[in-house]
Design a protein around this ligand. Structure first.
Ligand code: SF4
Length: 703
């Protein structure tokens, strides 16, 4: 059915769209399109005022989406490498030639072992059509290696699965009614703007806001209280809060009795974490832990907005498990405005089978490559990785231990294809770059991990240059490989129409969603998912004790697991590298997206390192000086910002910069490592010890 945009004026139309980015808010957007001769030109982008979570407001980044779409540096034709890998030197080639060359190389490699071909993708778009539908069909038919997509959230997702039964939690819209909100590892001002606006509403009605974050983020600056534990110690903090709740009897015994499993085992564990012990682990005052527990029990309902930063450390999974036990202990789930939200993804019933067609694998069970250790895999995987197809991701900039990643991508015998909008750090290593459409140029449908609405994305303009959507590129690749299954003929509309099994309790009607732009899942307005238990765990209860973890040989009860790198785990390393580095998102970037949008990069200025005044003084570092952050894995340079926003012992490099857009061609991932989290095999970016020194240029006077 043709698009039926809303008529706004004779020459203008408003098209309903969805923000595609890796952000819990999944905004509904309205794109104003003007007809200019034969072209449709997008002239304005705004939040849909009628979509309750969006409320007419887009963040600073996506407000600049037109600058990104019409950027002079867009890749508009297929490109073939002519220079050395990494140099970013290409010539334009036709689609026909590019697809022919890719088909020939993939067929040759697949004849030896299709597992030597590896897809690499993440959340460059969160769309169910342009994300993993046609792409997965292609790789399933091929029998390529599977990719374990762990780089962001897998520790937390697994923790929720073992504790609550899935990625479920509070409704964003209910935070406005909370009496107290704890932002735990969550910089909502930057990464969850529309929840922050609910928190502001709650604050105006007298709610108390607390931030738990090693960094005094923009969110922490606007909370009533800020508690700054050392990175990777959140699990101990949660056990300390539990200790006080249990010691004082601040427990909803009725809720625990009816709806939870394993209270005695959890209590025994928590009683080992008295506030004094926890204070020494976390580097916070014991009194803060006592007060936090007191307020957690007495102020009702309390909501916890947990975010993924705190699970990017060795014990990240157990930390999320510990925190996810708190609302059940205190009974906060009883009210819609109480409980916890890390992700609402599993509220949506996505039809993964219809989208990705795992049946195309037949009896084959290919190996799995963990994306968080791609540097290691490119060097050591057997059979070796001979071809990488990268889409919706920029691993050379975002994957940990960047030097090893770049070394792998530079391998002469590796065949690399990158689907992209721009020549990113990763595209520079490609043998072939295929020009992909942006969100304004293709069709898609989205779920959200931060609210309860399905959001449609109607194409607003024609594809720029020779760009094709991801789905169309994989359709054509399938043809180049000689695949004839009907699923490779499906249109984007047909894929979107089968994306969901249902819409909450109601049927899913794609046509209705695309016309309206969005649709709330059919769940109660005052959605309180666990008010009467109903946890989708095997026991139907909130599992403080997990028999599934026990069967896997893992600790069945949440425990504090110390960071890989820290004074207790690696004392010798901690002497040489005494500072903990974290690299959370910069306000104007979204992972590595938007770094090449001039206005946004200008707003960030240059890479900065926040360092506490005492840590700076001990190293004779002055504000604004060029410093080098280093450890045994590598180094990178940035400018020091001496500020107590960074707590003592912690340095903060807001990220993720494109390496090629920094002065030294490096970013924070030069020093991060590829060790995996306790649950979910996730990346542990924020479990990283470093040292910092001033860069003294020969002959230059110190500032
Ligand atoms: S990045 Fe997030 S806040 Fe910004 S427009 Fe997209 S969904 Fe909305």
């Amino acid at each position: 059915m043709p698009l039926e945009p809303r008529a706004d004026a004779a020459q203008r139309q408003i098209v309903q769209a969805a923000c595609p980015h890796d952000c819990p808010d999944t905004c509904a957007m309205q794109v104003t399109v003007e007809r200019q001769g034969a072209r449709r030109v997008a002239v304005r982008i705004a939040g849909d005022p009628d979509h309750p979570p969006t409320g007419g407001v887009l963040c600073t980044k996506v407000s600049r989406y037109l600058e990104r779409t019409y950027h002079a540096d867009r890749v508009l034709t297929p490109l073939r490498r002519v220079g050395k890998k990494g140099a970013g030197e290409f010539e334009a080639v036709s689609w026909e030639l590019a697809l022919e060359e890719i088909g020939a190389r993939l067929r040759e490699i697949a004849a030896r072992d299709p597992q030597s071909i590896v897809p690499y993708s993440y959340a460059g778009t969160m769309g169910l059509v342009q994300g993993e539908a046609m792409a997965q069909r292609f790789f399933n038919k091929l029998g390529a290696s599977r990719l374990d997509r762990t780089i962001c959230s897998s520790a937390g997702a697994e923790a929720l699965r073992f504790t609550l039964g899935g990625r479920l939690g509070m409704d964003l819209e209910q935070f406005a009614n909370s009496r107290q909100i704890i932002f735990w590892g969550a910089n909502a001002v930057v990464s969850n703007l529309h929840l922050w606006s609910r928190a502001q509403q709650a604050k105006r009605h007298g709610a108390r806001l607390i931030a738990i974050d090693p960094y005094r983020s923009l969110t922490a600056q606007h909370c009533h209280e800020h508690i700054a534990p050392l990175p990777g110690t959140d699990g101990a903090l949660a056990l300390g809060i539990m200790h006080v709740l249990i010691r004082e009897g601040w427990l909803d015994r009725d809720y625990i009795e009816r709806y939870t499993l394993g209270f005695d085992a959890l209590a025994e564990r928590a009683l080992r974490y008295d506030p004094q012990r926890v204070a020494s682990i976390c580097g916070v005052a014991a009194g803060s832990i006592e007060r936090l527990a007191h307020d957690y029990w007495h102020v009702r309902p309390t909501a916890i907005r947990l975010n993924y930063g705190m699970q990017r450390a060795h014990g990240g999974g157990n930390a999320v498990r510990a925190i996810a036990c708190l609302p059940a202990l205190a009974g906060h789930w009883r009210e819609a405005a109480g409980g916890l939200l890390l992700s609402s993804s599993d509220a949506f019933e996505v039809d993964q089978h219809a989208l990705t067609r795992p049946d195309l694998l037949g009896a084959r069970t290919p190996r799995t490559i963990n994306m968080s250790a791609i540097g290691e895999a490119l060097g050591a995987a057997r059979p070796p990785i001979e071809a990488l197809i990268v889409y919706n991701s920029n691993p050379v900039a975002v994957a940990p231990q960047a030097a090893q990643v770049a070394q792998g991508f530079a391998r002469k015998d590796l065949f690399t294809v990158v689907l992209e909008h721009f020549l990113t750090d990763t595209a520079d290593y490609a043998d072939l770059v295929l020009p992909a459409t942006t969100q304004l140029e293709h069709l898609d449908v989205h779920k959200s991990y931060g609210h309860l609405y399905i959001v449609a994305n109607n194409p607003a303009i024609e594809p720029q240059g020779q760009c094709l959507s991801n789905s169309e590129i994989f359709r054509r690749l399938a043809r180049a490989m000689g695949y004839t299954e009907e699923c490779f003929q499906e249109t984007d509309e047909q894929i979107a129409a089968k994306a969901f099994v249902r819409c909450g309790a109601s049927p899913y009607d794609w046509e209705a969603v695309r016309r309206a732009g969005w649709q709330r899942l059919d769940v109660p307005q005052a959605y309180a998912p666990f008010a009467q238990g109903n946890f989708p765990t095997p026991s139907g209860r909130c599992e403080f004790f997990s028999a599934r973890l026990a069967q896997m040989g893992l600790d069945p009860v949440p425990e504090f697991i110390a960071p890989y790198e820290g004074p207790t785990s690696t004392p010798e390393l901690a002497q040489r590298y005494p500072l903990a580095l974290i690299s959370p998102p910069a306000r104007n970037f979204l992972n590595s997206t938007f770094v090449n949008v001039q206005s946004l990069r200008a707003a960030e200025g240059e890479p900065w390192l926040d360092i506490h005044p005492q840590d700076a003084a001990e190293r004779a570092i002055g504000h604004g000086e060029l410093v080098e952050v280093f450890n045994d894995r590598g180094s990178f340079r940035l400018r020091a910002r001496v500020s107590d926003a960074a707590r003592r012992g912690v340095v903060v490099a807001l990220s993720i910069w494109w390496k090629k857009l920094t002065a030294d061609g490096k970013n924070a991932n030069e020093v991060t490592h590829q060790h995996l989290t306790d649950l979910g095999g996730g990346a542990s970016f924020y479990d990283c010890l470093v040292q910092v020194r001033v860069v003294v240029r020969p002959g230059a006077a110190r500032v």
